[in-house]
Design a protein around this ligand. Sequence first.
Ligand SMILES: *[C@@H]1O[C@H](CO)[C@@H](O)[C@H](O)[C@H]1NC(C)=O
Ligand SMILES: *[C@@H]1O[C@H](CO)[C@@H](O)[C@H](O)[C@H]1NC(C)=O
Ligand SMILES: *[C@@H]1O[C@H](CO)[C@@H](O)[C@H](O)[C@H]1NC(C)=O
Ligand SMILES: *[C@@H]1O[C@H](CO)[C@@H](O)[C@H](O)[C@H]1NC(C)=O
Ligand SMILES: *[C@@H]1O[C@H](CO)[C@@H](O)[C@H](O)[C@H]1NC(C)=O
Length: 318
Amino acid sequence: MFIPLVLLLFFLQIVIFLSSSAESATIEQGKPGCLTKCGNITIPYPFGDYGEYCSMIEDDAGKLYYVYCNTSFEPPKVFLGMNGDKIEVLSISDTEFRVKNTAIAAKCYDGRTGKLVVDNPFYNLDLGTTPFTISYTKNMYAGVGCNIRAGFYATSRGCVSKCANKADIVEGSCSGSGCCQINIQKGLNKINESIENATSEFPIQSFSQCNFAFLVETGQYTFQGSDLQLDGRLTKPDMDLPVVLDWAIGGRSCKEAQTISSDFASDKYACKNNTVCINAPDNPGYRCTCGKGYEGNPYLGCQGMQIVYLPENSLDAF
Ligand SMILES: *[C@@H]1O[C@H](CO)[C@@H](O)[C@H](O)[C@H]1NC(C)=O
Ligand SMILES: *[C@@H]1O[C@H](CO)[C@@H](O)[C@H](O)[C@H]1NC(C)=O
Ligand SMILES: *[C@@H]1O[C@H](CO)[C@@H](O)[C@H](O)[C@H]1NC(C)=O
Ligand SMILES: *[C@@H]1O[C@H](CO)[C@@H](O)[C@H](O)[C@H]1NC(C)=O
Ligand SMILES: *[C@@H]1O[C@H](CO)[C@@H](O)[C@H](O)[C@H]1NC(C)=O
């Protein structure tokens, strides 16, 4: 079969075009002059440092978008900018944030004296001022302890873990013997975790001195019987308990946001040029994506994908 040279060169040009466009696909995610990278985490607009220019600061539901970079860490760490509540960000995508869980309720006793030594039976996590909800598909609630009920309020849900003897503890499983778990409801941005007695039996035994209630990304916590003997800190220095948070703009649907859109910062429709608005499936609110054939950051405006024609002589080498 004879392939005309011209055709061959044409294909070659396509190959070169495809490989070069893959390279130039690094999207300008943040605004120039703003915090766009902290450590190895890229921060896409509408998130950014404090200031109206750099982050969307506040949307039509009063949710806050700024994050801050603490450079006293090596590498620097990103934190959510809410109320001094230091929630560390582990990764950011166009639909979710993965954060480090610090919301762990704990109650621990001294195994010998029976004295309560760690007494934080409640932990209140309130994301009400942020555009985040707790992902109900990617996290679980877990309770660790013997004869405890781990409660997760806002809802009246909880789970019970019982173990009368050390032999009752089932390693590696959260099935109600040393560890229990339940799934999460859709759309929550607040929880109050609590540890309660499940029975009138004394919950503390030599093999079980600590109880915990916490939220964690499904699959990222494996129960170990020895966790019942920790001194109140479920997380060890080499371990993160990640939690996945979904984000969406505001409390309005696409249609409402487009209708209400005004010049007020808080009423500005967030999807910019050449974008498509999508109602968020798990949150009240919406998200933006680039329209077909466009690329970039939809909250800043998308641009047409550029087709680069190679100059004639660039193929001379062949
Ligand atoms: C950032 O670096 C840490 C440690 O070096 C690593 O565990 C993590 O996966 C990195 N995150 C990203 C988004 O590359
Ligand atoms: C940054 O981290 C350091 C070390 O943990 C801490 O002392 C400091 O207060 C943090 N900075 C801010 C602005 O929170
Ligand atoms: C959390 O729940 C406990 C138990 O129901 C309650 O006593 C406590 O006040 C709640 N805390 C918050 C901040 O809602
Ligand atoms: C739970 O049990 C412990 C030990 O018996 C007891 O000291 C504590 O008061 C009980 N707590 C509640 C809320 O009943
Ligand atoms: C968006 O489109 C309008 C009209 O086509 C144009 O005037 C404006 O400069 C564009 N904005 C950006 C940020 O590209």
